[in-house]
Design a protein around this ligand. Structure first.
Ligand code: RP5
Length: 162
């Protein structure tokens, strides 16, 4: 059963959002990835969000750029947790996306990540952490991932100063 939905406002968001998908794949999470535009396919947005809970989705990761209302509108139509990824935009470098996603008025939360690749990767990791609350095999994999990540830093060396 698909547990995580990764949606984005355009296929131009893929270069960023693929980093969330890569994490889900690496952890063996069943996911689906699709384009849903809040302003160009609003009916599809409503359909997707309304069906999310009954389809068994546990987390939705939503990435969008510019006036990025996709995560907030999805969150408005479902109680499935929505993680928002601000995609870098052409003129404002994603600050517009960040502000659009992060400043949700109280009552409808969106868990907002960092702008760009780091945010997409962390959205994937956060989704895995949410699933790990009831899937012990994912918790084991997360502990292993953290250990390997720490070891990478412990192995780092710095150049000698002449
Ligand atoms: C938003 O507008 C998308 O999320 C994308 O970041 C941005 C530009 O979309 P395209 O013009 O590249 O389709 O809806």
């Amino acid at each position: 059963m698909i547990e995580v939905g990764v949606v984005m406002g355009s296929n131009s968001d893929w270069d960023v959002m693929e980093h969330a998908v890569k994490v889900l794949k690496d952890f063996g999470v069943n996911y689906e990835a699709l384009v849903v535009s809040a302003h160009r396919t609003p009916d599809l947005l409503f359909e997707y969000a309304e069906a999310a809970e009954t389809h068994g989705l546990k987390v939705i990761i939503a990435g969008a750029g510019g006036a990025a209302h996709l995560p907030g509108m999805l969150a408005a139509k479902t109680i499935v947790p929505v993680l928002g990824v601000p995609v870098p935009s052409k003129y404002l470098k994603g600050q517009d996306s960040l502000y659009s996603i992060v400043q949700m008025p109280k009552g409808i939360p969106v868990g907002t990540l960092a702008i760009g690749e780091a945010g997409a990767t962390n959205a994937g990791l956060l989704a895995v952490q949410i699933l790990a609350c009831y899937k012990p095999e994912l918790a084991v994999k997360l502990h292993e991932f953290r250990k390997m990540q720490a070891q990478t830093v412990l192995n780092m060396t710095l150049p000698e100063v002449e």
